[in-house]
Design a protein around this ligand. Structure first.
Ligand code: MN
Length: 311
């Protein structure tokens, strides 16, 4: 028995080989590594119809100059985020389930811009579950690095540079009360002020240690079921402990275990309430025999209804 109610739905896969948002090079190879880990085959085995729409073209850093050290590679990230936003919105309008594989977490700037524009036109309320070691709540005025992959949640909430916050001409893309962060364990000093000022819901690793991942994700999903009618999952693979996911953009010890991350995704499937999914920050250069990309594909199929006993 497959619990996910969306079975037989068609999945539209988009790769976003972006690493301009991060200092460490390598996550641009994430989409390739995840495809190599048999993603499409695993999804088809579950009964989905999968169309791979390929990667979005992104220029490499060697062909660009950094003009603003607080917002590195802003022009290319802005340009490609707009393309991604348009493609994701088109997929939703054609009744595809969008599955976006990154790429660093700046990918979420474009994906969420497209999803939010779709929700706005269809009068749907968007909720976002953000799984990550980091809060990604920096702006150009708080960032210690200038790396845009530390900013995408702030951008979605309307904080930061207008060229990012106002893609598709409106902001914020999601209301702060409809966002939940899970797995957080590394927040920058000034970034924490943005979190407090916004009154953002953050489930830190400390809270997960105390209460258990089951209780936290159950509460997040039941709250969301009452107040939103579209759920996007933004999953940064560095939310998982480097013991299980060493090939990530920015590894931080003390993260979700293999089983905690699986249970989280299985509960998302049981909920039957996920409308789009993105998996980010797989870095094959730091990985061991593509293990982290394989884990990414296992998490994707779990979220889409793979069940231990029946398939
Ligand atoms: Mn992130």
């Amino acid at each position: 028995m497959i619990t996910n109610k969306k079975l037989n739905q068609k999945i539209g896969l988009i790769g976003f080989p972006m690493d301009l948002g991060a200092d460490r090079r390598g996550v641009d190879m994430g989409p390739s590594a995840i495809r190599y880990a048999n993603l499409q085959e695993k999804l088809e085995h579950l009964g989905y119809k999968v169309t791979d729409f390929g990667d979005i073209d992104i220029q490499i850093s060697e062909t660009q100059r950094i003009k603003n050290t607080s917002l590195k590679y802003l022009p290319e990230i802005e340009k490609t985020s707009k393309i991604l936003a348009g493609k994701v919105e088109t997929l939703l309008n054609k009744n595809y389930f969008p599955l976006i594989i990154g790429g660093d977490h700046s990918t979420a700037i474009g994906s969420i811009a497209g999803i939010s524009n779709y929700c706005r036109k269809k009068n749907k309320t968007l909720g976002i579950v953000w799984i990550d070691a980091h809060a990604d709540m920096n702006t150009e005025s708080t960032t210690p690095s200038g790396n845009i992959h530390g900013m995408p949640l702030a951008v979605a909430l309307g904080l930061g540079n207008k060229r990012l916050t106002h893609i598709n001409g409106f902001s914020p893309k999601v209301k702060v009360e409809n966002v939940a962060l899970i797995g957080i364990r590394d927040v920058d000093f000034l970034e924490s002020k943005n979190i407090k000022d916004m009154n953002l819901t953050v489930h830190t690793m400390t809270e997960i240690d105390k209460l258990g991942i089951h209780r936290i994700i159950a509460k997040v999903l039941s709250d969301f079921k009452n107040k939103v009618d579209y759920i996007h999952i933004s999953f940064d693979m560095d939310g998982i402990d480097p013991d299980f996911a060493e090939g990530v953009g920015t590894p931080v010890p003390g993260g979700l275990t293999y089983r905690e991350s699986q249970l989280l995704m299985e509960m998302v499937a049981d909920c039957g309430c996920m409308n789009s999914l993105e998996i980010l920050e797989v870095n094959p250069i730091l990985d061991n025999k593509n293990k982290t990309a394989y884990l990414a594909t296992e998490l994707i199929v779990s979220a889409l209804g793979k069940n231990t006993l029946y398939n």
